[in-house]
Design a protein around this ligand. Structure first.
Ligand SMILES: *[C@@H]1O[C@H](CO)[C@@H](O)[C@H](O)[C@H]1NC(C)=O
Ligand SMILES: *[C@@H]1O[C@H](CO)[C@@H](O)[C@H](O)[C@H]1NC(C)=O
Ligand SMILES: *[C@@H]1O[C@H](CO)[C@@H](O)[C@H](O)[C@H]1NC(C)=O
Ligand SMILES: *[C@@H]1O[C@H](CO)[C@@H](O)[C@H](O)[C@H]1NC(C)=O
Ligand SMILES: *[C@@H]1O[C@H](CO)[C@@H](O)[C@H](O)[C@H]1NC(C)=O
Ligand SMILES: *[C@@H]1O[C@H](CO)[C@@H](O)[C@H](O)[C@H]1NC(C)=O
Ligand SMILES: *[C@@H]1O[C@H](CO)[C@@H](O)[C@H](O)[C@H]1NC(C)=O
Length: 407
C-alpha cells in the first residue's frame, strides 16, 4: 500500500492525496527550468519568421457566448482581432464554428511538451494552480504561439497536512507553511512579491484553521487579487465558503454541497470550478462513486453559481491521479453537460466565465480589440458539446498552431 492509499483508507483525506516521496522524486526543478527556457528561445527564433501577419478567416460561424451566428469574416492583425480586412491574407473557414480559445482554470503543467499538449487541443490560456518555485512558473510563460500560462502562488497549507507535506517535498523547506493567522501578512507579502495572478489556499483536515483561511481570503481581497481555495470534502468546502474565497475548486467526494452552502456562495458571489475530470479520475482510482461530485456540479449550476471548466490535469509522479493535458478540457465540458449544463453554458465555462472571473478582459470572447485566441471547429458544439474535439485550426494570439491537432 502506498502512502496515499494508506491515507485514504484511514479517511484522513478525501480528494487530493499525494505521495510526497514520489512527488519529490519527480520534482527535479533545475533541469526542467533550463529545458523550458531553451524551448522558449527556440520557439521565439522560429516564430519571428512569421510574425505580424494580417489574416482574414472567411465563412466562419462565430460563437458569441450565447449562440452561433451567420457566416462572417473574422480578421486578425498581429495578436489582435480587428474589423478591417484590407491587406489581409484570406483563409477559408469552410462554414466551421469559430470559438474563443479554451481556458483551463485549473491545471499543473511543468514542461514545454505539456504546453504543446494543451495548445494542440485548443487550450490557449491555462491557470497553473500551484507554484512552488517562481523561476519554474516563469519558465512556462511567454512561449509564443503556445498556451498562455497564468499562475497561482504556492498553495497555502499547514504543517502536518497532506498539502503541507507536499510543499515540503517540493521545496525541501517548511518556510512556506502557515502555523496560524499571524503569519498571513508576511506570507502574502512574500508570495505576491513575484507577481502571481491568483492567491491559492488549501482547506483540508488536518489543515489550516478557519481564522487563517479567512485571513488569507481577506488579504487577497485587499490586494485585489483573485483567491482560490482547494476543497475536496464537505467540511473543507464549508470552510472555503465561510472564509469567502472568490473561487472554490473541486467538489466534495464524501457528501454533495447542500442548500445552505449554495445560498451562501450565491450571496457572496463565489464561483465554482468543480474539476469533474479529476473527481472522476479519483473516484475510479479509489473505487468510490462519482455520483456525489456530479450531484454537486448539478446543484451548483441549478443554484446559478458561475461554473469554470478546470481539469486538474497533471503528469506529476505520486499525484493521486494523473490527468492528460488538453484532451481533458474537452472531457470536462462533456462531464459538465452530463451534470446538467447546457452546451452553451459549458462553452462559457471554458471561455468568457474564467476570462472575466480571473480578470483577463482581453480574451474569452471573439470581438474587435480582443486577443486573437481562436479555434475553428467542424460541427456545432452548441448542439453537441463533443464537437469541440473536431478542431480544424488554432490561433494563439494570432499565431497559428502548426503541429498535429488533438481530437
Ligand atoms: C505529514 O508528514 C508527517 C511527517 O512525515 C507525518 O507525521 C504526517 O502524518 C503527514 N501528514 C499527513 C496528513 O499525512
Ligand atoms: C534539503 O535541505 C537540507 C537542509 O535544509 C539540505 O541538507 C539538503 O541537502 C536538502 N536536500 C535537497 C535535495 O536539496
Ligand atoms: C503562531 O505561530 C507562531 C509560530 O509557531 C507562534 O510563534 C505564535 O505564537 C503563534 N501565534 C498565535 C496567536 O497562536
Ligand atoms: C519567500 O520565502 C521563501 C522561503 O522562506 C524565501 O526563500 C524567498 O526568498 C522569499 N521571497 C521573498 C521575495 O521574500
Ligand atoms: C449526473 O447528474 C445528472 C443530472 O442530475 C444526471 O442526469 C446524471 O445521471 C448524473 N450522472 C452520474 C454519473 O451520476
Ligand atoms: C514533460 O513531461 C512529460 C509528462 O507530461 C514527460 O513525459 C516528458 O518526458 C517531459 N519532457 C521533458 C522535456 O521534460
Ligand atoms: C455528438 O458528437 C459525437 C462526436 O462527434 C458523436 O459520437 C455523438 O454520437 C454525438 N451525439 C449525439 C447525441 O448526436
Amino acid at each position: 500500500m502506498t502512502i496515499f492509499e494508506a491515507l485514504f483508507f484511514a479517511k484522513i483525506v478525501a480528494g487530493c492525496a499525494i505521495d510526497p516521496v514520489e512527488y519529490a522524486r519527480g520534482n527535479h526543478l533545475e533541469p526542467t527550468i533550463s529545458a523550458n527556457i531553451r524551448a522558449r528561445h527556440e520557439r521565439r527564433a522560429s516564430i519571428e519568421l512569421r510574425s505580424s501577419q494580417k489574416i482574414a478567416i472567411d465563412n466562419v460561424r462565430v460563437f458569441d457566448g450565447y449562440s452561433v451566428c451567420e457566416p462572417t469574416t473574422v480578421v486578425i492583425d498581429g495578436d489582435t482581432i480587428v474589423t478591417d480586412p484590407a491587406g489581409a491574407r484570406h483563409v477559408d473557414g469552410n462554414g466551421g464554428v469559430l470559438l474563443p480559445g479554451l481556458i483551463d482554470s485549473h491545471c499543473h503543467p511543468r514542461n514545454a511538451t505539456e504546453l504543446q499538449e494543451l495548445t494542440r487541443y485548443g487550450v490557449t490560456t491555462a491557470f497553473s494552480m500551484a507554484c512552488f518555485e517562481p523561476a519554474m512558473c516563469e519558465s512556462l510563460q511567454d512561449h509564443p504561439g503556445l498556451v498562455d500560462i497564468k499562475t497561482s502562488t504556492t498553495p497555502a497549507s499547514a504543517p502536518g497536512s497532506v498539502h503541507g507535506n507536499l510543499t515540503i517535498a517540493a521545496t525541501n523547506s517548511t518556510a512556506l507553511l502557515l502555523f496560524n493567522s499571524s503569519q498571513v501578512p508576511s506570507w502574502i507579502a512574500n508570495q505576491t512579491s513575484w507577481g502571481p495572478n491568483v492567491i491559492k489556499a488549501i482547506a483540508e483536515s488536518p489543515g489550516l484553521d478557519e481564522s487563517t483561511l479567512k485571513a488569507i481570503a481577506t488579504a487577497a481581497h485587499d490586494d485585489r487579487t483573485q483567491s482560490v481555495c482547494h476543497a475536496a470534502d464537505y467540511k473543507s468546502y464549508n470552510q472555503a465558503v465561510s472564509a469567502n474565497f472568490d473561487q472554490v475548486h473541486h467538489t466534495p467526494l464524501d457528501k454533495p454541497v447542500d442548500q445552505d452552502l449554495l445560498d451562501r456562495m450565491f450571496a457572496q458571489l463565489q464561483v465554482s470550478a468543480p474539476t469533474l475530470t479529476m473527481m472522476q479520475a479519483i473516484a475510479e482510482k479509489l473505487q468510490e462513486s462519482f455520483a456525489v461530485a456530479n450531484a454537486s456540479a448539478n446543484a451548483l449550476h441549478a443554484a446559478k453559481i458561475p461554473i469554470l471548466a478546470g481539469t486538474d490535469s497533471n503528469q506529476i509522479p505520486g499525484f493521486i491521479a494523473n490527468v492528460p493535458f488538453g484532451s481533458s478540457l474537452h472531457l470536462e465540458l462533456e462531464l459538465l453537460v452530463a451534470a446538467g449544463l447546457d452546451p452553451v453554458e459549458a462553452l462559457r465555462a471554458a471561455t468568457a466565465n474564467p476570462a472575466w472571473r480571473f480578470g483577463f478582459y482581453d480574451r474569452g470572447v471573439i470581438a474587435p480589440g480582443k486577443r486573437a485566441d481562436l479555434i475553428l471547429i467542424s460541427g456545432d458544439p452548441t448542439k453537441n458539446i463533443s464537437k469541440t474535439r473536431n478542431i480544424e485550426r488554432i490561433w494563439v494570439a494570432g499565431i497559428e498552431y502548426e503541429g498535429p491537432l488533438g481530437t
